[in-house]
Design a protein around this ligand. Structure first.
Ligand code: FMN
Length: 220
């Protein structure tokens, strides 16, 4: 007996290729995604950003509470403000907060307190975790839910031929104040979206991934 508020599952998707081929093709595509830290100023339409966020918003979430907000910033003056605040936070972090191990690890990435990409990329998507629903209702597994949503957003951008960077400023509190977000929204990540600069390079080591044997355990 189907409960009255259930509907038939009619969203079945049959890939043209076999599941193995489809999964392999998707993997080949996705493993070419790279985090980019040098963007071009080539424009990206607002409509594109809206589709990316719709994809993110299609994510599963704890009890479907959808504990996320995406704030898309294309306005140059606001991007400038964000860049300034991010660089200030980064300088303080690199000079005081960051431990030796962190500095060693990020050296290989070539990151620095210089965040000019925050002004150059046509869009910045600031992602916030909701600690409660907008009406004060409970949310469940917000961290896992927002992480999945961001994963889909990065995949959607890559699929659209766009580059991204999952950037986690430390501390990220300036995002809430600059973007005037209410107290139940906690900054999670800042994602510049755009095209890579013509001379963009990426750290070779960041392309390396653990082999399947190291990440997959099978009980068959
Ligand atoms: C949760 C998370 C936080 C990250 N924070 C930063 C960051 O603050 N700055 C940065 O330059 N890259 C950041 N990255 C990007 C990683 O350095 C990058 O994903 C990793 O080196 C692998 O490279 P790839 O994304 O090109 O495959 C972050 C990635 C994740 C998933």
């Amino acid at each position: 007996m189907i409960p009255p508020d259930f509907v038939p599952y009619d969203d079945r998707y049959e890939p043209a290729a076999s599941p193995e081929e489809a999964a392999e093709a998707f993997c080949d595509r996705m493993r070419r995604r790279r985090s980019v830290r040098a963007f071009s100023d080539r424009p990206v339409s607002r409509r594109t950003i809206e589709w990316l966020v719709r994809t993110a918003g299609s994510s599963p979430s704890g009890a479907n509470t959808q504990p996320w907000r995406f704030v898309a910033v294309g306005e140059p003056a606001v991007k400038r403000q964000i860049r300034r605040a991010a660089e200030e936070a980064e300088h303080a972090f690199y000079e005081q907060g960051a431990g030796e191990a962190f500095l060693r690890d990020v050296k290989a990435l070539g990151t620095s307190p210089d965040k000019r990409f925050l002004e150059v990329a046509p869009w910045l998507i600031a992602v916030f975790t909701l600690t409660a629903g907008d009406d004060g209702s409970a949310v469940y597994y917000p961290a896992a839910s927002v992480g999945i949503a961001v994963g889909l957003l990065l995949a959607a951008a890559h699929h659209a031929g766009l580059a991204t960077l999952p950037y986690t400023p430390s501390p990220p509190s300036f995002l809430a104040s600059i973007l005037k977000r209410p107290p139940h929204e906690r900054p999670f990540m800042l994602i510049p979206v755009g095209y890579p600069a013509a001379d963009c390079t990426v750290p070779a080591f960041a392309r390396e991934r653990k082999p399947l044997e190291d990440i997959l355990v099978v009980h068959e």
